[in-house]
Write a protein that binds this ligand. Structure first.
Ligand code: AMP
Ligand code: GLY
Length: 421
């Protein structure tokens, strides 16, 4: 198979490694890729959002399967453009990607399919939204309907905070058009976990759960980030819980999407709150999480390319992939300043020494290789991943590797997976 992978972060490095291990693979390209991915395949300078450019490349190079990492190209219709060109694509159509692109749409699906989620109301009008917030009281959660780079959610502790969020999103348009419509919902209490299912439109296969660490600082302090580390499996996520999530959330969603004529293909990422009354859906994403994907790929067993291709072609029932009975931990190393402003171009050393720690894989996210040296070119720059028999062992290996990386301009959290080890 000739495969084009789209994206250039740690998630895509993990996917590239898994795809490269498949006996089915004859040729792999990645657009745009990064310095770590370039070790595994040819990186082509096409932006992940350049739908026309990607499809033209895929046609020209007789690509059999396009695997899409990030959500933006999916929301922009990359899977639809591939379908028109007769190329299989791992990732949903734009219509099905609304499960991530519109929180109001997801709430509609939840209502229609009886999926457990926070009670909510949707608003197109600021005055009505403000009246609702005042009537419900705090704590309350205010969400911009559309994509807002992970910043469109305010968990408000007071009515004043919720009112300010409504005004900022709807009147001041701090998230642009994403805030034209708001979802205002009940504040759920519990532990958050991410669950993943591979889907082919009709069938779904569970593909593991992971725990993300979203804040920049130890002890869950500091600003929100894309994710500073992850581990898998999360504490207490057993097979009974997995089946409950499949039965109450994943399969009803697939059925509802198919009934609308917009079947979901790709990976359904369920952001869950484990509440006293069972798992509830916080949000869907229509792609793998990053760094969760790195943690999952370290545990995955079976031919990943066959699984991605099966999902793309509606043949997931013939595919065998599962999570090994091992644990994995990924520690993200980021440039000092992230998620705020940071400098580019600092030199990173010690990556070979880090990768030599048993059980460790070094995933690149924002690196460049120039004159034989790796430099940091992004906020999140590396994912140092490790597998072990349990979380404690994987965690010890991951941090042993982190300590071999010589990069004074970088930082990481020291407490990834600490509560589960
Ligand atoms: P999202 O962008 O939907 O993932 O939301 C960002 C974060 O806000 C989530 O990871 C949760 O920590 C939090 N959050 C979202 N919705 C709720 C809710 N209904 N109750 C409590 N926390 C929430
Ligand atoms: N790590 C969270 C995400 O990928 O959305």
């Amino acid at each position: 198979m000739r495969v084009l992978l789209v994206g250039g972060g740690g998630r895509e490095h993990a996917l590239a490694s898994a795809i490269a291990a498949s006996p089915k693979l004859t040729m792999l390209w990645c657009a745009p890729g990064n310095a770590g991915i370039a070790d595994l395949c040819a990186c082509v300078p096409i932006a992940a959002e350049d739908v026309a450019g990607l499809v033209a490349f895929a046609r020209e190079h007789a690509v059999d399967l396009v695997v899409v990492g990030p959500e933006a190209p999916l929301v922009a219709g990359l899977a639809d453009a591939c379908a028109e060109a007769g190329i299989a694509c791992f990732g949903p159509s734009a219509a099905a990607a609304r499960l991530e692109g519109s929180k109001a749409f997801t709430k509609e699906i939840c209502a229609e399919a009886g999926i457990p989620t926070a009670a909510s109301a949707t608003f197109d009008d600021e005055a009505a939204a403000l009246a609702h917030v005042r009537a419900k009281g705090a704590p309350i959660v205010v969400k911009a309907d559309g994509l807002a780079a992970g910043k469109g959610v305010v968990v408000a502790a007071t009515v004043a905070e919720a009112e300010a969020a409504v005004t900022a999103m709807m009147r001041e348009r701090v998230h642009g058009a994403a805030g034209t419509r708001l979802v205002i919902e009940e504040c759920l209490v519990g532990r958050e976990v991410s669950f993943f299912a591979l889907c082919d439109g009709a069938h779904a296969v569970p593909f593991g759960a992971a725990q993300d660490h979203k804040r920049a600082g130890d002890g869950d302090t500091g600003p929100n980030t894309g994710g500073m580390g992850a581990y898998s499996p999360p504490k207490g996520f057993d097979s009974a819980l997995e089946e409950e999530v499949m039965a109450r959330i994943v399969r009803p969603t697939l059925a509802a999407m198919a009934a609308r004529g917009t079947p979901f293909r790709g990976v359904l990422f369920c952001g869950l709150m484990l509440t006293a009354s069972g798992p509830k859906l916080i949000e869907f994403n229509v792609r793998f999480g990053d760094p969760e994907c790195q943690a999952l790929m370290l545990r995955a067993e079976g031919d990943m390319l066959a699984a991605l291709d099966g999902a793309a072609r509606g043949a997931l029932d013939r595919v065998r992939v599962r999570m090994r009975e091992a644990a994995s931990v990924v520690v993200v190393m980021a440039t000092r300043g992230y998620p705020g402003a940071y400098a580019k171009g600092s030199v990173i050393e010690g990556l070979d020494e880090a990768a030599a720690v048993p059980g460790v894989r070094v995933f690149h996210a924002g690196t460049r290789l120039a004159e034989g040296r790796f430099t940091a070119e992004g906020g999140r720059v590396l994912g140092i991943g490790a597998v072990g028999r349990n979380v404690a062992e994987a965690r010890a290996s991951a941090y042993a590797a982190v300590d071999r990386v010589r990069w004074p301009e970088g930082f990481c959290r020291r407490d990834i997976a600490a509560s589960a080890a």
